[in-house]
Design a protein around this ligand. Sequence first.
Ligand SMILES: [Zn+2]
Length: 229
Amino acid sequence: MKKKKTAGAVATGGRLSARGDVRREDFSAAAALLAEIGRGFYARGWVLGTSGNFSAVISREPLRFAITSTGVDKSTLNASHILEMDESARVVQGNGRPSAEALLHVAIVRGLGAGAVLHTHSVWTTVLSRMHAAQGGVAIEGYEMLKGLEGVRTHQHREWVPILENSQDMDELSGRVATTLRQNPGIHGFLLGEHGLYTWGSNLQEAKRHVEILEFLMEVVTRAGAGRV
Ligand SMILES: [Zn+2]
């Protein structure tokens, strides 16, 4: 995207400046971090090819996101691949267009007040989502790594990870996501069937940690065959 001059930018705490745009430094910082996190996930095999998408909230009023452009190979992801998007998934600034799944990011941020949403397509979440589709989710408990999820204090925590049937109709799917979030308070993520993981956090670092924790746990559960039915 073309970088606007930051000279004269008003310190607005994430709101629009008097000129009517998001603070450029907020967007630039989010874009750089999103790209760094995305390349790291690629290196782990969680977003191979052009799969996966990542966003961070850069303004609440009005709602604005920094989000990955669709179709970008995640091994080459850099800040120029990050768009500014509004709550209708329209591009406000930047080249390219957001993923069709951008509406799911909007649903999560609106439903939970999340500050960042990260979506991966790993082997383990894909396998696990298929194994547990009939149960509508998978329960994970007893693992020390659960304590990496925000608010979890003990390995005895039982984390329910809902599994939603995949769809290409994003209006319909985002509605089901919003319903799932309302019906399952306190969850840290959900799976789309034979597709991948969505998780979030109050900020990008927390969301990144949740990806790492949930990907670890799902790999463990799948490798152990603990959930076979
Ligand atoms: Zn996806």
